[in-house]
Design a protein around this ligand. Sequence first.
Ligand code: KG4
Ligand code: ZN
Length: 370
Amino acid sequence: MFILSIDTSCDDTCISIIKSKKQKAKSKNTNFEILSNVVSSQVKVHAKYGGIVPYLAKREHQKNLAMVFKKTLAKSKIQNPKIIDFIAVTIGPGLEPCLWQGINFAKNLANDLKKPIVPVNHLEGHILANFLKPINKSLKSKTFKIFPAVGLVVSGGHTELFLMKNIGKYKLLGETRDDAAGECLDKIARILNLEYPGGPAIAQLADQWKLKTLNPKLKIQNSKPSIKLPRPMIYQKNYDFSFSGLKTAVLYLTKKIGPTKLKDPKIKANICFEVQQAIIDVLISKTIRAAKEYKVKSILIGGGVSANKELRKQFKLKLTINNLQLNFLAPPKKFCTDNAAMIGIAGYFGFLRNKQKPPEKIKAKANLML
Ligand code: KG4
Ligand code: ZN
């Protein structure tokens, strides 16, 4: 089965073609071949604003979609697009004018090719990106049991924790009450005069600080960070998050430090380390508490922030230290940030659940919930 998928929910124009190797309903060990996965990034367009400007993002999608489609077909070596079984497209959540660009493109294509469309939730795409690689090897148990699981989507627009009874059966446990984790990283990067997107820039400086302060002989940190930032809502007995207070704390801190001292790369690196660690502490603590409460078999993470090396490392470490026999799944890094292959896989599972619709029924839903 060939699936063409499109995502224009935010600032990347993404089109992919994947091939599923098994079609049986409820079969979780389907293998997927990614024939092409083209991402046309708009980072350069938005970088000078320190965040995404919706009308510019829409304009770029409009400009890029046909070219990205051509490139996707060429890379997949598909001569005739009629071979495609259906089109999967993100209908939300996301920036509404951007979503419509992808949807309208999908509709025209579906009408031309006479194929159905499977509407996809972008957040489901992020978490199901975990199935883009064969995952048997990473599972603790030989019997293939992933579910029930706890899913954590951490991206630029979302921080959501949910219970996954199975693919397609989700219950929201908690979400951010204000800024998403990635949004917080992007805003703090802007305060610190770092480049956009902020997550990778902050991670890089955090790594530098860690290396500088690491005692090479003892392999432990010999000095605690002199800067201490809050871990918002970490002790609250719910699964909600809040990151805007962390951003405000950094703003006050930088004002206190003053612009001259802030030029010291060591101080900046120390702030980055502490910001990253504060976010990691909250994400890990709440996710593991949910995993214990709901007695799940696995933790699945996804979204741009899940590409963070320290987050992935510390999740695994925490599970080992606490002797928790849980599977921990994180997508390959290139499938953490926005891409259309993840929409293809979510579309595939949607197709198995008969979610396909005629093109005229497909609409953008900017605030779509999982
Ligand atoms: O999932 P994504 O590509 O787009 C949305 O759906 O929002 O996530 C983008 C977010 C940005 O906020 C970016 O700063 C963050 O993911 N990000 C990272 C890393 N790579 C991207 N955050 C921390 N560490 C990274 N390595
Ligand atoms: Zn995303």
